[in-house]
Every structure is written in C-alpha cells, then in structure tokens.
Write a protein that binds this ligand. Structure first.
Ligand SMILES: NC(=O)c1ccc[n+]([C@@H]2O[C@H](COP(=O)([O-])OP(=O)(O)OC[C@H]3O[C@@H](n4cnc5c(N)ncnc54)[C@H](OP(=O)(O)O)[C@@H]3O)[C@@H](O)[C@H]2O)c1
Length: 248
C-alpha cells in the first residue's frame, strides 16, 4: 500500500477533523503529499499538517469553503503550485446537520459543491488520477432503506451528490480519471453521530445493536485503500461496516 501511495499528490476536503483528518494523517504517513483543506478551523488543520510532518511526510493546510467556486479555484492553484498535478481528490467535506443551517444548505454542500469541486479538480488531473467520494450507508441506500428523520436532508443530498458524480463518469473516463465511492455505517465517536444521538438516541442504538460501529481509523484506512487500489470499473463502491445494510 505504502508503495502505491508514496509520492502521490492528494487533496482532502474537510480534513481539519474527524475522518478527513485521520485519512490525511494515514496518507501522509504512507508518503503522500497531502493538501489538508479546512473551512474555518485553521489551527486544527495546522495540527494535522504538523502530525504529517512529524511522521516524515509533506503537507499543506489550505483554507477554502467548498461551496465557494472562487475559493475552490484558489485552493487548486495552491495545490498545483506546491505539489504539481493532483493525483487523488478525496471528497470528504460534508454538512447539513449544523444548528441554524438553512434549508438549502445540505444540497448546496453535499451535491453542488461536490460536483463543482470534481469538475474544477479534473482540470488539474492527469490520466490515472482518482476522485474518491465519501458517503454514509444511510445516504448511499437512500430511498431503499429507512433513514432517521433528522438525517433525511443529509441522506437525500449526499445521495444526490453521489448520483451527480456518477453522472460525470463518461466525462471522467474521457480524461482517464476514475471515481470510487466509499460508503460507511455510522462511525464510532464522530461529531455527526454524537449530534444524531442527542437528537435521536434510538437511531444510533439501532445501529450499535447490529454490532460494533467501525472506528474512524478503520474508515480512514478504507479511504486510503480506495485512493490507490486497482479497481475493475470507475464508479466502484467500497462498503465499510453495516453488513445488514448490504443484505438484499
Ligand atoms: N461520521 C460518520 O458516522 C460518517 C459515516 C459514514 C460516512 N461519513 C462521511 O465521512 C465524511 C466526513 O465525516 P465526519 O463525520 O468526519 O465529518 P465532520 O466531523 O463533520 O467534519 C467535517 C469537515 O468538513 C469541513 N467542512 C465543513 N463544511 C465545509 C465547507 N463548506 N468547506 C470546506 N470544508 C468544510 C470541516 O471543516 P471546519 O472544521 O473547518 O469547519 C471539517 O473538517 C463525510 O463525507 C461523511 O458523510 C461519516
């Protein structure tokens, strides 16, 4: 794995905390050059960069709100200036559960921003590059499996984001860029699950009743794999945890 990752230029959106931060650290430790995107938590992103540098890796923190197309362009220009071409884009940043977020925000960040980010990044990517989209089982199986009511706007918008990215596959194919989707069950100890548990403890209890939830480290390791492992076909989906979701 380390051999495949070493020397790759990777941009991870929303890598100042949680799964994005852990994925950045794991990729950096394996020798990737990592651009750590954050929206407002610069100090946290700087901490992720320091952790990568301590492990001998190379990293750069870049502030950019992915719902802002000018910020996306500036971020991609910084990555190009620092690392050259972009080999892997990890679409991790997500939102909608924030208190006070307006009704359209979930669709704006989870669909529109993902598509805008992928389109703009593709201009900087050579054949053989990859885009990895992170999602949750609740979103991936939206419409087929029940979703806690509090999570419905996120599930709907993230599914719309996945569909929009899958709709880009012909264009990505023509550029030699692959898409991989990584779908995870609720991940133990994350802020999203803590927020959900506060609002709807039964929804989280229903998942833990199925067995231990995957950890952040396990989910991040799957994202690292998905960033470089050979796949049969663009659009390949990797599933992490939640065996019951996968039963037909
Ligand atoms: N948590 C779970 O149980 C779970 C399960 C399956 C899949 N996933 C997926 O894994 C991914 C990460 O989840 P997480 O729980 O680690 O998320 P999180 O803790 O909510 O972290 C979100 C990250 O995204 C950044 N961010 C938010 N809005 C942004 C914006 N507009 N522009 C740029 N960055 C922005 C935040 O930066 P700031 O701190 O600077 O605001 C933060 O670094 C998501 O795609 C999620 O759907 C999560």
């Amino acid at each position: 794995m380390t051999q495949r990752v070493a020397g790759k230029s990777v941009l991870i959106t929303g890598a100042s905390r949680g799964i994005g931060a852990e994925t950045a650290v794991q990729l950096g430790a394996a020798g990737a050059m990592v651009a750590v995107n954050y929206r407002e938590k610069k100090r946290r992103a700087d901490g992720v960069v320091r952790a990568i540098e301590k492990s001998g890796g190379r990293a750069l923190a870049i502030g950019a709100d992915v719902t802002d197309s000018a910020a996306i362009d500036a971020m991609l220009a910084s990555v190009a200036a620092e690392f050259g071409a972009l080999d892997v884009l990890v679409l991790n940043a997500s939102g909608g559960l924030e208190l006070g977020a307006d009704a359209g925000y979930a669709m704006s960040i989870n669909r529109d921003a993902q598509l805008a980010m992928a389109r703009a990044a593709a201009e900087h990517m050579e054949p053989g590059s990859r885009i990895v989209f992170l999602t949750s089982h609740q979103a991936h199986f939206h419409g087929r499996k029940p979703v806690p009511v509090e999570y419905e706007p996120i599930a709907e918008s993230k599914r719309a984001g996945e569909d929009a990215l899958r709709g880009m596959i012909p264009e990505l194919d023509s550029r030699g860029i692959e898409l991989v989707v990584v779908s995870g069950d609720m991940i133990e100890g994350t802020i999203v699950v803590t927020l959900l548990e506060r609002r709807n403890p039964d929804a989280v209890a229903a998942r833990t009743a199925q067995g231990a939830l995957p950890t952040v480290a396990e989910f991040a390791a799957a994202v690292v794999d998905a960033s470089v492992m050979p796949i049969e076909k663009s659009g390949h989906t990797v599933y992490v945890g939640g065996a019951d979701y996968l039963e037909q």
